[in-house]
Design a protein around this ligand. Structure first.
Ligand code: GTP
Length: 558
């Protein structure tokens, strides 16, 4: 299939069009799906973040409320602080919430007098921040490592150091005097567990993770990120979802919420929930793959269809082109029939067939006309050649005598002189003039004179060789050019001619004579005319010296 063929073009255009439409459609769907999915994933992330933040807020408020209620309880306001009842109350409260690590009561001077599991009892906590703050009001302390408790509870859990959040509140006696400070330490694990429960198993499998950012801009959770994961410069606004470039980690769909617990003091925590964009948009990749496969097969099918369609259209054209080529190569009986149900092709085939028939008729007519013309040309050419030959003949013949005329004699002389110049043998020129011809005319009439001229011409013509030339040079003057003839021989021939004329009896006239001048060509002669001039001079000398004689040109006549 040629690249410029109808088939290739149609397949190319059709395939290209389908490819273009597929690409545009795929890009459009990709964009639409990405947007829709980004929004959906963003909403899901926001939902997770929102519920996790709410749980954190409620838990913080709950713990603070519990500590506050405990500080205001009748028991702590009135009972002995180191009594069993107080001890039991603390244990009961601790048992209600598994993340309580420690609940204790310290006197205003900082001595722990009651505590769950009797931990830290007798120790002085007056330097602890929770104690100092708890002396004056409700206190909520940010996450920290507990120095004393850590020693009692063990250093680490699951590779992480023990971290706590502190709640404290003052206990006032009935007379409103400060009686003690009650405090609880909540294990940081509760944050981890809340976040774990907020993130569903499905979300976790899609790499959704929640992070807690502290007020000072450092990660509080997960522990592995503390001091290791850089906080991106462009986190989304609070409550917004955005695609964020995380340093060294790539692009994440990210949302951020503030944890507003409405507690006595705000911790300033922010909850960040993120998901790698590749996971968030994974369904788009799947969709793209399916679209690609769909496009590929659509393209393949389209190309096959286009090829079949093009074949259907191009086949009749190719047949017609083949037929036309056969005509170009000289074929005569070419068939233009095409097997097509399409009206246009049937019409074209019919028209071409009719055109061929007409062309064949025209061609035959043309060939006949041509043959006739060629015959006419042959006939005309032959006529022309004959006419030319006759004309040539006439132009070199003397009308009266039928022998050569002066022009023919001059041409022969020229040729002979050129041959002499090229080294051929010398030639001789003889000028012959009938003596007293005027008297012939006068005495016997002009017609008789003509007959004498004709007779002399015949006599001369019959007396010389075929290679020589006899011509009528003027009225009653003749010239004879003798090829390759020496002076002696020329004189001899001239004498023979003179004698023959003198011996012949002319019709109605009787005897006549002629004078002959002979000249031999010389290599020094510039042209034949010089030789003729010498012959003429010799002829006149013959006339002067008595007529009916031959005079060979001597040097005096040169
Ligand atoms: N019948 C006839 N006469 C011719 C022709 N051509 C020339 N003549 C005549 O030939 C004569 C030539 O005469 P001239 O030249 O005087 O010389 P001539 O009488 O021959 O005398 P010489 O030449 O001196 O012997 C003239 O009277 C011309 O009219 C021709 O074709 N036919």
């Amino acid at each position: 299939m040629h690249i410029d063929s109808f088939r290739a073009r149609l397949v190319g255009y059709f395939g290209g069009l389908i490819l273009l439409v597929s690409l545009v459609l795929t890009l459009f769907l990709d964009r639409q799906a990405s947007n829709t999915l980004s929004k959906a994933s963003g909403s899901a992330l926001y939902g997770i973040a929102n519920s996790a933040a709410l749980m954190l807020e409620r838990n913080l408020a709950e713990r603070e409320r519990e500590t506050s209620l405990l500080s205001k309880s009748y028991l702590l306001k009135n009972a002995e602080l180191d009594s069993v009842a107080v001890q039991q109350r603390l244990e009961d409260i601790k048992a209600t919430y598994k993340y309580y690590a420690w609940i204790g009561v310290a006197t205003p001077d900082g001595a722990v007098v009651a505590a769950t599991d009797a931990m830290l009892v007798g120790q002085n906590v007056s330097q602890r921040q929770w104690f100092v703050a708890g002396l004056t009001g409700s206190y909520l302390g940010d996450v920290h490592k507990a120095v004393l408790l850590a020693k009692l509870l063990g250093e680490e859990q699951a590779g992480q150091p023990l971290r706590f959040i502190d709640f404290a509140a003052p206990v006032y006696a009935a007379d409103n005097s400060l009686r003690a400070v009650v405090a609880s330490h909540v294990n940081w694990d509760w944050v981890q567990d809340i976040l774990a429960s907020a993130i569903t198993a499905e979300a976790a499998s899609e790499d959704v993770e929640a992070l807690v950012l502290g007020e000072n801009g450092n990660w509080l959770h997960p522990f592995a990120y503390i001091g290791k994961l850089a906080v991106p410069e462009s986190l989304p606004e609070l409550g917004q979802v955005a695609i964020v470039d995380w340093p060294d980690e790539g692009r994440f769909l990210t949302t951020r919420l503030a944890v507003n617990a409405s507690t006595s003091s705000e911790l300033g925590w922010q909850l960040v929930v993120r998901q790698p964009i590749s996971r968030a948009l994974q369904p788009v990749d799947e969709l793209n793959k399916q679209l690609f496969i769909l496009c590929f097969f659509t393209l393949l099918l389209s190309i096959m269809l286009a090829y079949q369609l093009a074949r259907r259209f191009s086949y009749p054209i190719e047949r017609l082109a083949d037929s036309a080529e056969q005509i170009a190569l000289g074929g005569e009986h070419v068939d233009f029939a095409v097997n097509s149900s399409l009206h246009e092709f049937s019409r074209l085939s019919l028209s071409l067939g009719k055109m061929m028939e007409k062309l064949a008729v025209r061609r035959q007519e043309l060939e006949q006309a041509n043959t006739h013309l060629e015959q006419q040309v042959v006939i005309r050419t032959a006529d022309l050649e004959r006419a030319n030959a006759a004309l040539q003949d006439l132009s070199h013949k003397d009308a009266l005598t039928g022998i050569c005329n002066r022009r023919a004699a001059d041409e022969r002389l020229k040729t002979a002189h050129l041959a002499l110049k090229r080294g051929a043998a010398v030639y001789a020129v003889m000028l012959l003039d009938i003596d007293h011809f005027k008297q012939v005319n006068d005495n016997f009439g002009h017609e008789a004179g003509d007959k004498v001229i004709q007779q002399v011409a015949n006599l001369l013509q019959d007396s010389v060789r075929e290679t020589d030339i006899v011509a009528r040079y003027g009225g009653e003057e003749f010239i004879v050019v003798l090829a390759q003839t020496e002076p002696a021989k020329a004189t001899l021939i001239a004498e023979k001619l003179r004698a023959a004329i003198a011996a012949d009896r002319m019709t109605a006239v009787g005897q006549i004579t002629a004078s002959i001048g002979v000249a031999i060509a010389n290599i020094r002669d510039t042209d034949a005319e010089a030789v003729v001039r010498r012959a003429d001079a010799a002829m006149y000398q013959a006339k002067r010296t008595g007529r009916n004689r031959v005079q060979l040109c001597d040097s005096l006549l040169l």
